[in-house]
Design a protein around this ligand. Structure first.
Ligand SMILES: *Cc1c(COP(=O)(O)O)cnc(C)c1O
Length: 446
């Protein structure tokens, strides 16, 4: 194979290449020329060797990608289990099978089969959510941001929302609590100091205009050291006495004790409810391991008010999301079935299993080292939580160039770059992807 660094062919030669020429009909000559020129520029500036075959294949892939404008499956070598930029939780086969069955045909989405009349799309997930969390009722919307907005709009429009100052934060992706509050027509009353908030701070903030007490999980931000938080139970007591609803935005929505997986304790939905929260909001695609969704559970009378808000129409989920969520929730019933959810399967994978897979990589790829690594839960929850893991490492002076080459491959592989090494953490790579990754690494001659 010719090393293209020394002899870079002219754009026109590649334009006529039998693997490239057919694309002219698809995207037009000018787009094709631009794509080829871009690829050749990269070869000129990068120090990583690339064969002529691979260059042509890459150009073909870029053209295809531009033409199809579709999502691409990627291999997640970052070790971040819930990677917001890579689609957060991979979905369980069982959930996908349910979605396939429901999505491919008609369903009782909004139909009452017994009465033969219109039913409610919100009824489906409610029963199993109540079973799993112990709540009276539940409601599913598009994502957790929508869940919080709906609650604010319902209970706090033109009223005041009391929040601890340390929780009035931005959690990334443009979800900044003070702005969301302002948008919903609520007035933020932040209480306490940045690091300490006492029950009396909430009590003093109560007025006749208070619409909601809100406790928000700080997600990917954490306060440590000289900190005093007002607990959910303390806020619930104050809210109960004042007759004001109390919403706890948990964000990640753990339903199980994560200490079973060697992680730090994360407040569960059940705990928040038991401590007296009237409503609890959380995401479907974080620790639940399901589709993007926002879930509200809690008191039936309050859920009924949320359901009656006309804004709900703009925040509602479609049938495939509801099917994916129902399929995922069913797996949460036992530990055994939960580990059929990819997020929990990845957490439960032993280091021995990872080491055995790593050995196969090292055997077949020159220069591949096996290293201890730390995987991250990610997903805006458990900010500091790590899981011991194993990575394949490549030490190279051209780490960034190698990483880019991996990301440009097919399938694209997203590695972690750290201290001049390119790392592929095996905890987030499905065993079924190993053969593809090994083939891709062979192709780029790492
Ligand atoms: C992640 C998160 C949100 C936003 O949830 P999405 O499902 O991404 O909309 C809101 N609040 C908290 C505390 C979160 O962690």
């Amino acid at each position: 194979m010719a090393d293209m660094r020394r002899e870079i062919p002219p754009v026109n030669t590649i334009l006529e290449h039998p693997a490239i020429a057919p694309y002219e009909h698809l995207v037009g000559r000018e787009t094709l020329r631009r794509t080829i020129a871009g690829a050749l520029d990269r070869v000129r500036t990068q120090k990583v060797a690339i064969s002529a075959e691979l260059l042509v294949a890459e150009i073909a892939e870029t053209v295809e990608r531009d033409a199809a404008a579709r999502l691409l499956p990627v291999v997640n070598g970052t070790g971040v289990l819930l990677h917001t930029n890579l689609g957060r939780a991979p979905l369980a086969e069982h959930a996908l099978a349910v979605a396939h069955e429901i999505g491919a045909g008609y369903s009782d989405l909004e139909y009452d089969l017994i009465g033969g009349r219109r039913g409610s799309r919100y009824a489906h997930a409610a029963a199993i959510l109540c079973e799993l969390t112990g709540a009276d009722d539940a409601l599913v919307v598009n994502n957790n941001a929508a869940a919080v907005m709906l609650a604010l709009d319902t209970f706090a429009r033109d009223r005041e929302v009391v929040v601890a100052r340390g929780q009035a934060i931005e959690i990334g992706g443009g979800f900044r609590l003070p702005d969301v509050l302002a948008r919903s027509g609520a007035t933020l009353v932040d209480v306490g100091s940045a690091n300490k908030t006492y029950p009396r701070d909430y009590e003093r903030a109560l007025t006749t205009r208070t619409g909601l007490l809100l406790r928000a999980h700080p997600s990917n931000y954490s306060l440590e050291g000289f900190v005093r938080e007002t607990t959910g139970a303390e806020i619930a007591e104050i809210a109960g006495r004042a007759g004001v609803p109390f919403l706890e935005d948990l964000g990640s929505g753990a339903l199980h004790d994560l200490r079973d997986y060697g992680l730090p304790h994360e407040r569960t939905v059940q705990e928040a409810l038991r401590d007296g929260a009237d409503l609890v909001a959380f995401s479907g695609d974080k620790l639940l391991g399901g589709p993007q969704a926002g879930i509200l559970v809690g008191k039936a009378a309050l859920i009924a008010r949320l359901r009656a808000n006309p804004l709900l129409r703009a925040l509602r989920t479609d049938k495939t999301t509801l099917a994916l969520l129902a399929g995922t929730l069913r797996l949460h019933r036992t530990r055994e079935s939960r580990e059929r959810i990819p997020f929990y399967a990845m957490l439960a994978t032993t280091l021995d299993e990872l080491r055995a897979r790593a050995a196969a990589y090292a055997r077949s790829i020159d220069g591949a080292l096996v290293e201890a690594s730390l995987a991250y839960v990610g997903g805006g929850s458990l900010p500091q939580a790590t899981v011991p893991s194993i990575a394949i490492a490549f030490r190279t002076p051209y780490a960034d160039a190698l990483a880019e080459r991996l990301r440009r491959g097919r399938p694209p592989i997203v590695p972690r770059v750290s201290d001049g090494s390119v790392l592929l953490d095996l905890r987030t790579i499905a065993p079924a992807q190993d053969a593809h990754v090994i083939a891709a690494l062979h192709a780029i001659d790492a």
